[in-house]
Design a protein around this ligand. Structure first.
Ligand code: HEM
Length: 206
């Protein structure tokens, strides 16, 4: 079976759902099996943050993949991946709110104002809400051209998320730096000259 046929097949979406839910299942399993290390809350915060960022970057990679491979079916997964990124951000935020702040809204607001990396992460979360809320087919139809403009917010969200990670790192910048390079490459792809160059070297769309 060709890659284009596999991406268009009926099982590609259920498989992607399973892959996106796997990290969550492993974390829940780890929690019950007591295998999340000495500080399970820290592990949960870090893992959900990492998966949120990975899924955000994979979402952004769908359009370039479509252009380079010439396979239109890549973009079928964009909405699902974006919603899973949002889901992991909400888990990440909820863990912080419940375990770090015991649902104390005043302490939460103080943290958002006083710690720049929290300000950046929280801004990314706030900007993701309108994107998730307008991801239904009905909203896409209703907003028309405005939908596309609104969804360009994903570029700002990615930049905020990467800065959030870079800001909180205290010593070893390698991991956050790799995310920053991938995000910058994906964001550069949105620039017209880079897109034109890519479409000149890409295969015709199937
Ligand atoms: C798009 C939104 C966000 C993304 C993609 C994201 C991603 C990340 C990543 C990748 C990490 C580092 C994980 C590691 O060190 O392995 C992290 C850590 C963290 N994030 Fe977020 N985050 C987001 C939003 C938020 C929000 C809204 C909050 C809370 C208001 C938050 C609070 C934290 C905290 C407390 C840490 C751990 C800091 C530490 O280790 O000292 N994040 N996040």
């Amino acid at each position: 079976m060709s890659l284009a046929a596999a991406l268009k097949s009926a099982w590609s979406k259920p498989l992607l759902h399973a892959l996106c839910l796997l990290p969550l299942l492993l974390l829940v399993f780890g929690l019950f099996a007591d295998s999340l290390g000495a500080n399970p809350v820290e592990t949960l915060t870090h893992e959900t943050g990492q998966w949120a960022l990975r899924l955000l970057l994979v979402t952004l990679a769908m359009t370039p993949l479509q252009q380079w491979s010439g396979i239109a079916a890549w973009v079928r997964f964009r909405r699902m991946l974006g919603l899973y990124a949002f889901f992991y951000v909400v888990c990440h935020f909820s863990i912080w709110l419940v375990f770090d702040h015991s649902l104390d809204l005043a302490a939460m607001l103080e943290d958002i104002v006083e710690r720049p990396y929290i300000t950046l992460g929280f801004s990314a979360l706030l900007l993701l809400i309108p994107l998730a809320a307008t991801s239904t087919r009905a909203m896409i139809r209703r907003l028309g051209r405005r939908w596309k403009s609104l969804h360009r917010l994903v570029y700002a969200i990615t930049a905020l998320a990467v800065l959030h990670f870079l800001w909180l790192v205290k010593a070893d910048y390698l991991e956050a730096g790799i995310y920053a390079i991938i995000a910058t490459t994906l964001l550069l792809f949105r620039l017209q000259p880079v897109r034109r160059l890519a479409s000149r070297t890409s295969a015709p769309t199937r």
